[in-house]
Design a binder for this molecule. Sequence first.
Ligand SMILES: Cc1cc2nc3c(=O)[nH]c(=O)nc-3n(C[C@H](O)[C@H](O)[C@H](O)COP(=O)(O)OP(=O)(O)OC[C@H]3O[C@@H](n4cnc5c(N)ncnc54)[C@H](O)[C@@H]3O)c2cc1C
Length: 292
Amino acid sequence: MEFAYYNPKSIQALADTLSGLHSYALLAGGTDLLVKMKEKLLRPMPAAVVDINGIDDLQAIDDEDGYLSIGALVSHTALTRSPLVKGKAGILADAAGQVGSPQIRNRGTVGGNICNASPAADTVPALLALDARVRIHSRHDFLELPLADLFKGPGRTCLLPGQFISRIKVRQIQADEGAAFFKFGKRKALAIAIINCAVWLKIADGMICDARIAFGSVAPTPIRLYELEKWLIGKPAGIEVFTQAGVIASQLLKPIDDVRSKASYRTRLARVVVCRGLAAALEQVQMRCECG
Ligand SMILES: Cc1cc2nc3c(=O)[nH]c(=O)nc-3n(C[C@H](O)[C@H](O)[C@H](O)COP(=O)(O)OP(=O)(O)OC[C@H]3O[C@@H](n4cnc5c(N)ncnc54)[C@H](O)[C@@H]3O)c2cc1C
């Protein structure tokens, strides 16, 4: 296997490098890319590999006035260990901590998890529930896009040639908000999700004033259940509503049978995780109220 190798040292140098190439692949942790290259699963095979690991600006996690700004190259291990992520976007640390094995989490990055565009990517439902936006760079400018709009199908994003993700911006969880992430696989570790789900709730005076619910492994891309989110708003936060929400989620989702699970099992899991996730999110808000 032959390819040219580039390792730019800044975001601008990366953008300049890409603008001069016709066929390339970005190399972050390489845990998806190198497997595909070795197995010759990429058609056509890239003529160049552009290694982004030397770009310091892609490695930082910053606290930005109600948001966390996370570099695309931040590893899953770094997400699980970051006090900022654990304290202000805990479901992202939980999701990153359930990716693969320690070795995969040490190499694999959040940007790679997003751009690989697997329907089962573990960090993506958590990011969607945190209302994530991605910063997309190209040679002359950059734009910000809701993460939900990035995915076009299994393994496909809307990124154009020359574009790459530099940062991911998520809302920090506030005192009147709670969130939870669940993953079910065939094993408890080193297993791709049969289903993964993240929920986020905002509560005022015992009522739900906002909600976000995201799933992976139930559709060609990770998805948000906007219809259910709308249904929840204005309802009292409690087990009756959460149980109904689980039933509605299982009715809205249209998963398929595949090697990991039957569709019917995924639908049953969806009912349970939505109910449990909402209950866990409410409990967090209640505990903060009692403590604070
Ligand atoms: C044994 C094993 C177990 C795994 N288990 C899990 C699991 O449990 N859950 C899970 O979600 N994933 C799992 N994965 C998949 C993988 O580890 C993750 O998706 C990881 O986050 C990918 O990140 P990376 O940095 O290694 O990406 P890379 O392999 O470097 O890149 C992946 C793709 O994204 C592109 N890319 C990377 N960064 C950018 C960027 N900034 N801008 C634009 N394009 C970019 C690359 O060109 C490539 O196409 C597993 C993989 C293996 C090999």
